[in-house]
Ligand binder design. Structure first.
Ligand code: NAP
Ligand code: MG
Length: 489
C-alpha cells in the first residue's frame, strides 16, 4: 500500500471548540529583581529586559539584567550559605527542604503550567502533563537521596563541592532548573542559577517557592540575564562546579573557559537523534512515535528524533501515514488544551528554523508542510518534513531545534546503524521493531546516551541522561547525577 485511495479530508467539516486554560488564578509581577540571599533585589546594573509571550508578542514582565557585580553578590551569598548552614546541616534535614519544594510545586502546578506556556510558547497539555510534574518528580527523587549518599557510593566518602554555577536553556525552563537544583542541593552544594533570557519567569516563580519552603537565604540564588551573565557565572573564581545545558557551540566556549581551572563541570549539549523504523514495526505506533519524536515541544528538544530512518520497503507507507497524521495536528494558542504544537520560542529561533527550510530546499530535498493555518501574530512554524535528503545535507547533520524532520531510508540493519551513528552528536536514538533481537543489536550499536525502543521522549528522574561526542560531557539524573555534584575520596 503506498497511498490511500480515498483521501481523508481534514480540517474541512468541523473544528474543535476552543478550550483555553484560564489565566486568572495567578499573577505575574510587572518587574522582577534578582533572587539573591533569599530576597528579590535590584540589579547593580540598573537594567531590565523584557520577556515576551511568543504566541502574541506581548511583553509579560520586565526582568533584571545581572552584571558581573550582581553575579559576584550571588556567588558570595551562595558561599556564605554553603559554609555557614547548608554543608553543616544534617543530610536528612536538607532532604526535607527539597521535599517541601516538590510539594509546593505540586500544589502550584496549574499556575506553573500556565506561566511556562505563556513565557515559552509550549502547549499547555505538555507543560501541565510533562514539564511541571517531571520537575516536581526531580525534587521528590533527589530529596530521597540526600541522606543516602553513602549508600549510593559504597566505600567512598561523598562530600559536596561547594558553590555550583548552573546555566539552563529555554526549551524546558522549569524542568531544567529542577534537573540542576535538586541534585546539587541533595549533595549539600549551594547554587547560582542563570535561566535563559526568553524564559525566566518560572525560575523566578521557583524562587518564590524556595522562599515559601523556608530554605536558608543564599542556598539558591537566581540571576537573570543573557549570555554575558552566563559567562560571568562560568568565569567566577569562587564557583566550584559548572553545570551547563545549551548549545554545543556555547558548550565549547565554556569548556575552553574552564580549561586549567579546578572547576568540575557537566555539559548537556545538542543532538540530532535518529528515530529508526524497521519494516516489522507496528507502523501506526511508529508513526505516533515519529510525531512525538519531532513535534513534541515544537521540536525544541535536544533529544528530538529529528532524523527519521525508515526501512525502504515500508517508507512510502510510513510517509503517507505521517503526512495524514500531520494534517490532524493543531498548531496555535499554547493555552488551548486542544493544541498540539505551540509557538516557536522566539523571533531569532524562528529565523534560524526558516533559514534551515531554505537550506534544505536549496540542497535539493523535497519539503512538505501540513496545511494548517497559523495565527497572524506570534512566531509559528508548520510541522515540516524533508524527503530525498542525503547524509551530507546540512539538514541531516546540523541541529535545527524546530518542528523539522529529515527522512532517509535504509535497507539492512547495518546500513541503518551506520547512518544513525554518522553524526557529530550522540545524545539519543529510537528503534521501532517487533523483534527483541533487533532492539538489543541497535541499542548496543547506537552511540547515544539514551535509546528508546518502541517509544520516544520518555523521561524519568531515576534514569541518567547525557551525551556522547559533541552532545556533552557527564550525566544528569538518577544516581549518576549525584556523582556530578560530589567529590568521592
Ligand atoms: P544556548 O544559546 O547555548 O544557551 C543556553 C544558556 O547559556 C542560556 O541560558 C544562554 O543565555 C546561556 N549562554 C549563552 N552564551 C553563553 C556564554 N558564552 N557563557 C555562558 N552562558 C551562555 O542554547 P539555547 O539556544 O538556549 O538552547 C538550545 C540548545 O540547548 C540546543 O542546542 C539543545 O540541544 C540544547 N539542549 C540540550 C539539552 C541536553 O540535556 N543535552 C537539553 C536542552 C537543550 P541566553 O539564553 O539568555 O542567551
Ligand atoms: Mg518569554
Amino acid at each position: 500500500m503506498t497511498s490511500q485511495p480515498n483521501k481523508l479530508a481534514f480540517n474541512s467539516g468541523w473544528q474543535y471548540a476552543a478550550a483555553p486554560e484560564g489565566t486568572d488564578h495567578f499573577s505575574i509581577g510587572k518587574r522582577y529583581g534578582l533572587f539573591i540571599n533569599g530576597e528579590f533585589v535590584k540589579p547593580a546594573t540598573g537594567k531590565y529586559f523584557n520577556t515576551v509571550n511568543p504566541a502574541t508578542e506581548e511583553v509579560l514582565a520586565r526582568v533584571a539584567l545581572a552584571g558581573d557585580e550582581d553575579v559576584d553578590r550571588a556567588v558570595a551569598a551562595a558561599r556564605k550559605a554553603y559554609k555557614g548552614v547548608w554543608s553543616k546541616m544534617k543530610a536528612a534535614e536538607r532532604g526535607k527542604y527539597i521535599y517541601r519544594i516538590a510539594r509546593i510545586l505540586q500544589e502550584r502546578a496549574r499556575e506553573f503550567s500556565v506561566i511556562e506556556s505563556l513565557d515559552g510558547g509550549k502547549p499547555i497539555r505538555e507543560s501541565r502533563d510533562i514539564d511541571i510534574p517531571l520537575a516536581a518528580a526531580h525534587f521528590f527523587y533527589y530529596a530521597g537521596w540526600a541522606d543516602k549518599l553513602e549508600y549510593a557510593f559504597p566505600g567512598r566518602k561523598p562530600a559536596p563541592l561547594g558553590v555550583a554555577g548552573q546555566i539552563i536553556p529555554w526549551n524546558f525552563p522549569l524542568l531544567m532548573a529542577a534537573w540542576k537544583i535538586a541534585p546539587a542541593l541533595a549533595c549539600g552544594n549551594t547554587v547560582v542559577l542563570k535561566p535563559a533570557e526568553t524564559t525566566p519567569l518560572t525560575a523566578l516563580k521557583l524562587a518564590e517557592v524556595i522562599s515559601e519552603a523556608g530554605l536558608p537565604p543564599g542556598v539558591v540564588n537566581i540571576v537573570t540575564g543573557a549570555g554575558k551573565t552566563g559567562a560571568a557565572v562560568v568565569d567566577h573564581n569562587d564557583v566550584d562546579k559548572v553545570a551547563f545545558t545549551g548549545s554545543t557551540n556555547v558548550g565549547r566556549h565554556i569548556m575552553m573557559a574552564l580549561a586549567g581551572t579546578n572547576k568540575k563541570y557537566t555539559l548537556e549539549l545538542g543532538g540530532k537523534a535518529a528515530n529508526i523504523v524497521f519494516a516489522d514495526a507496528a507502523i501506526d505506533q511508529a508513526v505516533e512515535g515519529i510525531v512525538n519524536g519531532i513535534f513534541f515541544n515544537q521540536g525544541h528538544v535536544c533529544c528530538a528524533g529529528s532524523r527519521l530512518l525508515v526501512q525502504e520497503s515500508v517508507a512510502d507507507q510510513v510517509i503517507a501515514k505521517l503526512k495524514d497524521r500531520m494534517e490532524t495536528l493543531i498548531v496555535g494558542d499554547p493555552l488551548d488544551k486542544n493544541t498540539d504544537i505551540g509557538a516557536i520560542n522566539s523571533a531569532p529561533q524562528l529565523e534560524k528554523i526558516e533559514s534551515y527550510l531554505k537550506i534544505g530546499q536549496a540542497e535539493g530535498a523535497e519539503m512538505y508542510q501540513s496545511s494548517c493555518s497559523v495565527p497572524k501574530k506570534g512566531y509559528w512554524c508548520r510541522p515540516t518534513i524533508f524527503t530525498g535528503v542525503s547524509q551530507s545535507n546540512r539538514i541531516v547533520q546540523e541541529e535545527i531545534f524546530g518542528p523539522v524532520l529529515a527522512i532517509q531510508t535504509f535497507r539492512t540493519l547495518e546500513e541503518g546503524l551506520t547512518k544513525a551513528n554518522n553524526t557529530p552528536f550522540g545524545l539519543s536514538g529510537g528503534v521501532w521493531t517487533d523483534k527483541g533481537s533487533k532492539v538489543f543489536k541497535m541499542t548496543q550499536g547506537i552511540r547515544a546516551g539514551v535509546v528508546w525502543a518502541n517509544t520516544f521522549n520518555k523521561f524519568d528522574p531515576a534514569s541518567p541522561f547525557g551525551g556522547y561526542k559533541e552532545s556533552g560531557v557527564g550525566r544528569e539524573g538518577g544516581l549518576h547525577g549525584l556523582g556530578a555534584y560530589l567529590s568521592l575520596d
